[in-house]
Each structure stands twice: as structure tokens, then as C-alpha cells.
Design a protein around this ligand. Structure first.
Ligand SMILES: C[S@@+](CC[C@H](N)C(=O)[O-])C[C@H]1O[C@@H](n2cnc3c(N)ncnc32)[C@H](O)[C@@H]1O
Length: 204
């Protein structure tokens, strides 16, 4: 708890890590032993400081280590990030969630002596994916602080292209509607996942 006011106003109570782990144990197939585990999508609608998000990333990274050769770890770890989403109302929690995710990602690369300094494509792509996927807004209304629709993106893996991805934007509210989403979005071309930060993959 940060304050009683925040508990009363925002329902802000953080889940301890051991409870997060117990809950994630219930979906172990999605997080580890099942097929396509790296791309399994998770959305935390009340992300707090990111304790569920980071625990999910941690598990995906541990399975990547076990199942893939070392040469695939950087790209697969980016795909892992690309499939984890969060929405958080409060600015400080939102910043904490993003920072915690980046620290987890960088820690994994450093453990394996993969260069991941601030100027590397790996770090820039990771930062970009976290910024696009972990957003500040109100999950109940689907709107951000400016009253605009919360926008997220699918990161579709291109099956025949190793490490290639194509960004497909959508609004959070479109997930709740039954009809089609007729919004016209910016077009994105396929790119290597460690280059998503270059124009966001936008089709110039
Ligand atoms: C009970 S805490 C849970 C945080 C984290 N999921 C955990 O289990 O530790 C709820 C979080 O949701 C945020 N929150 C409250 N109302 C929200 C809303 N309408 N949209 C998005 N986030 C909201 C709060 O700021 C707080 O960080």
C-alpha cells in the first residue's frame, strides 16, 4: 500500500510476488510448456507497478533459455515483450511498470553477455515495444488522459521470415465490441523485430 487515499480512490493494493507466482502456476501451459508459448498474449488491465507483467516476462524468458539456441534469445525475448500488454491509470505506477519491464529485459541480456546498452537496436526495440504495449489510461472507459481511445498494437510474427514482425494497431475498446473496427490506421510494413523502433515500422 502506498496510501489509504489511493487504496480508497483507486483500489491500489499490490499483490505480493509469491501470490503472483502461485497464480501464474495455474496457467503454466500458456506460460511455458504449451506450443507457441512466446507469443501467448497477456493483458493486465490494472497493471499497477507491473508485478504481474514482469513475472510473466520472467517466465517466458526462462523457457526461451531452455527451448531455443542462444542465437535466438535476443529476437525471441523481443517477441516475448511484444505479447505482454498493460493498462494503468496512475502516472507513477505506469512509469514503474515500464521501468521494471525494461530492467527485467536488460537483466536477461546482461546475464548472457548480449550487448544491450542504450544505443543498441536491442535496447531501443525493447523500449519501444514496452512504450507501445504498456499504456496509461482508464481500462473501464477505454480512454487515455486526453479522452482519446487507448491504442494498442498486435505484433504479428511473419511465419516465413525469421525474426520478422508486422505491426497492426487497434483500439482497446474494439476488443469489447462485437462488430468490425472500421477505423483507418497508419499502415505498417513487416520489419525485423529489433528494428521496430525505426519509424515504429511505419509504412512511410
Ligand atoms: C489493486 S491494484 C493492482 C495492481 C497490480 N495488478 C497488482 O496486483 O499488484 C489496482 C491498480 O489498478 C489501477 N487502476 C485503478 N482503476 C483503474 C482503471 N480504471 N484503469 C486502469 N487502471 C486502474 C490502480 O492505479 C492500481 O495501480
Amino acid at each position: 500500500m502506498k496510501s489509504r487515499h489511493r487504496v480508497k480512490t483507486y483500489g491500489e493494493v499490490f499483490t505480493p510476488r509469491h501470490m503472483v507466482d502461485q497464480m501464474l502456476d495455474l496457467i503454466i501451459d500458456d506460460l511455458g510448456s504449451g506450443p507457441d508459448f512466446v507469443d501467448k498474449t497477456f493483458l493486465e488491465p490494472a497493471a499497477g507497478d507491473g508485478n504481474f507483467l514482469v513475472a510473466i516476462l520472467d517466465r517466458k524468458l526462462r523457457v526461451i533459455e531452455k527451448k531455443y539456441p542462444a542465437g535466438r534469445w535476443p529476437a525471441e525475448s523481443l517477441f516475448a515483450l511484444a505479447s505482454i500488454y498493460g493498462i494503468e491509470l496512475l502516472e507513477d505506477n505506469h512509469l514503474d511498470a515500464r521501468e521494471t519491464m525494461l530492467a527485467e529485459f536488460v537483466g536477461f541480456q546482461e546475464k548472457h553477455e548480449v550487448p544491450c546498452g542504450p544505443d543498441t537496436d536491442l535496447r531501443r526495440a525493447a523500449t519501444f515495444l514496452i512504450d507501445v504495449n504498456i499504456v496509461r489510461g482508464n481500462t473501464l472507459t477505454g480512454l487515455d488522459g486526453q479522452g482519446k481511445d487507448i491504442q494498442l498494437s498486435w505484433w504479428n510474427r511473419i511465419p516465413e521470415g525469421a525474426g520478422m514482425v508486422q505491426r497492426e494497431p487497434f483500439t482497446f475498446n474494439s476488443l469489447r465490441s462485437n462488430g468490425f473496427d472500421f477505423t483507418v490506421y497508419e499502415g505498417y510494413r513487416p520489419c525485423q523485430i529489433d528494428k521496430v523502433h525505426v519509424d515504429g515500422g511505419a509504412d512511410g
